[in-house]
Design a protein around this ligand. Structure first.
Ligand SMILES: NC(=O)c1ccc[n+]([C@@H]2O[C@H](COP(=O)([O-])OP(=O)(O)OC[C@H]3O[C@@H](n4cnc5c(N)ncnc54)[C@H](OP(=O)(O)O)[C@@H]3O)[C@@H](O)[C@H]2O)c1
Length: 272
């Protein structure tokens, strides 16, 4: 059976399981990457105020010719814009740069201690006004989610966290699942750093797939939405090819066992 192409969020809206992460691309390069991604079949674009390319993503959405209703657009609250009023203002600025009246998903990018609770109230307000079709968080572990639940009126639809076979967090995955929060992985292919893991190569050979395809398939076979980044059209296509097969239970179990706590970004515990 092939992996699903969409996941259903806790408010019943559908989100593509695999999308384009737009970190570290700027200007014309970012615009072209998003146009190419939409052209080869991507329907989820993940940007952020912090990435300084919302305007480029917005131009690409205009240029692509793909109907707005067919593209799932995520953006995120910047770390310097926490607090109720600040977050509302930052959201307006993001919408302006994207040239949109509504985003599909608005996330708290990092759980900045001062302000994160008030920011969540602002996201709930934005959701109530229908200006984001879903709201969520990023970089929240169980402790931070439990803190959010103390005051939140709305359960986040998504928790975007760093995750890969080398940073498998089954307890957090189960906790999110039990609380109807969709997990989404960033740095899903470890920026290529782990592609030389010798255990990966026999699996690639068995399926006739590339390291990126095998690793991304591991995510989607776990039901984890994922957002690999590339500015190269051939890699965009390659990464989307992760949806064209399914790893066996044996290989999934094998890759689950590679967890070594390998991280590229800061852990959520830095924000306690
Ligand atoms: N919420 C957060 O705090 C947070 C933090 C980090 C990232 N993110 C999001 O997650 C997205 C993905 O994470 P990431 O960009 O850090 O890392 P990633 O997707 O794991 O890796 C991207 C890197 O791998 C290369 N690459 C892409 N496809 C490849 C392939 N098939 N073969 C070999 N190399 C390949 C890319 O280079 P080329 O572009 O040259 O192809 C790029 O250097 C980001 O873009 C961003 O949207 C969120």
């Amino acid at each position: 059976m092939l992996p699903p192409r969409f996941v259903t969020l806790n408010n019943d809206i559908k989100m593509p399981i695999l999308g384009l992460g737009a970190w570290d691309m700027y200007g014309q390069e970012a615009e072209q990457a998003v146009v190419d991604a939409l052209d080869v079949g991507y329907r989820l674009i993940d940007t952020a105020a912090m990435y300084d390319n919302e305007q480029d993503v917005g131009r690409a959405l205009q240029r692509s010719g793909v109907l707005r209703s067919e593209v799932f657009v995520t953006t995120k609250l910047n770390n310097n814009a926490h607090g109720y009023d600040e977050a509302l203002k930052a959201f307006d600025e993001s919408l302006g740069k994207l040239g949109l009246e509504q985003v599909d998903l608005y996330l708290i990018h990092w759980p900045i201690r001062e302000g994160r609770k008030a920011s969540w109230r602002a996201l709930e307000q934005i959701y109530a006004e229908g200006r984001a079709r879903a709201i969520g968080v990023a970089n929240y572990d169980r402790i931070l989610l439990e803190e959010l639940f103390d005051t939140a009126g709305i359960v986040p639809a998504v928790n975007q966290i760093e995750c890969s076979p080398w940073l498998f967090q089954p307890e957090l995955m189960e906790y999110c699942r039990a609380n109807h929060i969709q997990m989404q992985s960033y740095c899903p292919i470890t920026r290529g750093i782990k592609f030389n893991d010798p255990r990966l190569h026999p699996i690639c050979e068995r399926y006739g797939k590339t390291p990126a395809q095998v690793v991304l398939n591991w995510h989607v076979c776990h039901g984890i939405s994922t957002i690999p980044k590339s500015v190269r059209r051939e890699r965009l296509q390659e990464n989307l090819g992760a949806l064209s097969f399914s790893l066996s239970e044996y290989d999934m179990n094998e890759m689950d066992s590679w967890d070594e706590g390998f991280r590229i970004c800061e852990p959520p515990s830095d924000f306690y």
